[in-house]
Design a protein around this ligand. Structure first.
Ligand code: DC
Length: 234
């Protein structure tokens, strides 16, 4: 795995952990909360997507835990705002679009079942905990990676609403989209992410549940910010 992008972080730096299933809107909400607070942002799903892409390029099967983990340990990853780069020889390649496909989302969910890979990605995720604070989104931010986060949010929506959002996102990007396939893929990914033995998608005991079926992005952002203010004023 690459050298941490940031130096070793202090445990006193505040973290807001936002977990939830695919297409729940957690990425957008997390990014906006980070922007409003001037905090750093960690898109932990991107890490699993990068591993899915890199292993596919090396013809490593996603169910080969050992080979996937060894490959991940050798990767040099760089983040710059929304952009994600992978070092290939002397070249730093922008893989931001390649990792955001449906195929890499599926692949990410498959490599993410391996406990050895999850362990190999821990230090890199912890290195994002930098002053003045961090907003981290994923599946296990509040349960495993940052269990002492100041605020934990579990952001979710019904499968139908999430599939509709994903469908509209793909159409907006002029990418092929079939609603029924998207719905099936989401159900399959939810089932895999929830049922795996290592760090499954589960709401932390001390998390706040945010259902977004009838909630706009800005309302969700405001609720997260209000809860954060409440927590830090205690
Ligand atoms: O958030 P996302 O859709 O980019 O995540 C892609 C997959 O990566 C998701 O289906 C499961 C996995 N993942 C994970 O296991 N743990 C995380 N913290 C983030 C993502």
């Amino acid at each position: 795995m690459s050298e941490p992008t940031f130096p070793i972080a202090s445990l006193t730096v505040p973290v807001i952990a936002i977990d939830g299933p695919s297409a729940s809107g957690k990425g957008t909400v997390a990014q906006l909360v980070a922007e409003k607070l001037g905090f750093h942002y960690l898109d932990s799903g991107a890490l699993y997507r990068i591993v899915a892409l890199a292993t596919q390029q090396k013809n490593i099967a996603w169910d080969d835990a050992l080979a996937v983990t060894e490959c991940a340990k050798k990767l040099t990853i760089r983040f710059n705002n929304d952009q994600v780069y992978l070092q290939e020889g002397d070249v730093l390649k922008d893989i931001s679009d390649e990792i955001r496909t449906e195929a890499m989302g599926k692949g990410a969910s498959q490599v993410a079942v391996h406990a050895s890979l999850r362990a190999a990605l821990l230090d890199l995720q912890h290195s994002f905990r930098q002053a003045p604070g961090l907003v981290a989104d994923g599946r296990d931010m509040g349960t495993v990676v940052f269990p002492n986060a100041q605020l934990k949010i579990f952001l979710t929506a019904s499968t139908e609403v999430r599939a509709t959002r994903r469908y509209q996102q793909l159409l907006a990007k002029n990418q092929p989209a079939n609603f029924d396939n998207i719905l099936l893929d989401l159900q399959e990914r939810d089932a895999r992410d929830k049922s795996r033995a290592s760090a499954p998608l589960v709401m932390a005991n001390d998390a706040i549940l945010l259902e977004t079926d009838n909630l706009g992005i800005s309302e969700a952002v405001d609720i997260v910010l209000q809860n954060y203010q409440r927590k830090i004023c205690k």
